[in-house]
Design a protein around this ligand. Sequence first.
Ligand code: ADP
Length: 213
Amino acid sequence: MNIMLLGAPGSGKGTQAEKLVKELDFIQFSTGDLFRKEISNQTKLGVLAASYMNEGNLVPDDLTNGIVNEGLKTQSDQLIFDGYPRTLNQAIALEEMLTNLNSKIDYILFIDVDKEILLDRIAGRMICPKCKASFHLTNRKPKVDGICDFDGTKLERRPDDEPAKVLVRLETYEADTKPLIDFYSSRPGFIHIKATDMDVDSIFAVIKKGLNK
Ligand code: ADP
């Protein structure tokens, strides 16, 4: 079974993906994490991707579809697509790649959060560079300030979490990614979670119920 998470930056896709991995044995397939790995390994692709990411822009579709195609060669089931697809072109490319692998998306979870609170959430976000766990300065504090609860690594702020870059990312979401909601909303397995006033665990409970787990 494969799951796709849709939602704006800061909507909590990564946090829910983390729980799906821990509790239900899914594997997170995050294009953002894949690109950040390339960046930390200083590959050619990483250098190129960073030039887009650091400004809050999308990495071009051909590069993004390429990294996904590579990733799907090792695993094409039990995945959570987090942050991919983000454009209609990517959605169409993904359908083709999965069909070729005899696989498909079974559930599409749209985590719908009011725009007004996204900026604030991202502004306080801190990430563990090692295990990718996400914390928040006020909403989800680590046990020790600035340190990851899980592996003791020093938490970092992502370069694209700076407010000016976040605004660009939210605009890009509205223009390029939001149309995907229409594209997927009539599919079987589409679940719309109105998550603005829900905490992490309540959202996860809705997800589990939706997946019949
Ligand atoms: P967030 O959901 O908080 O924006 P991500 O880690 O998913 O965080 O993405 C960070 C950045 O990585 C994006 O702003 C974009 O530059 C790049 N990126 C990730 N996924 C894609 C994608 N599917 N298409 C294009 N660019 C992407």
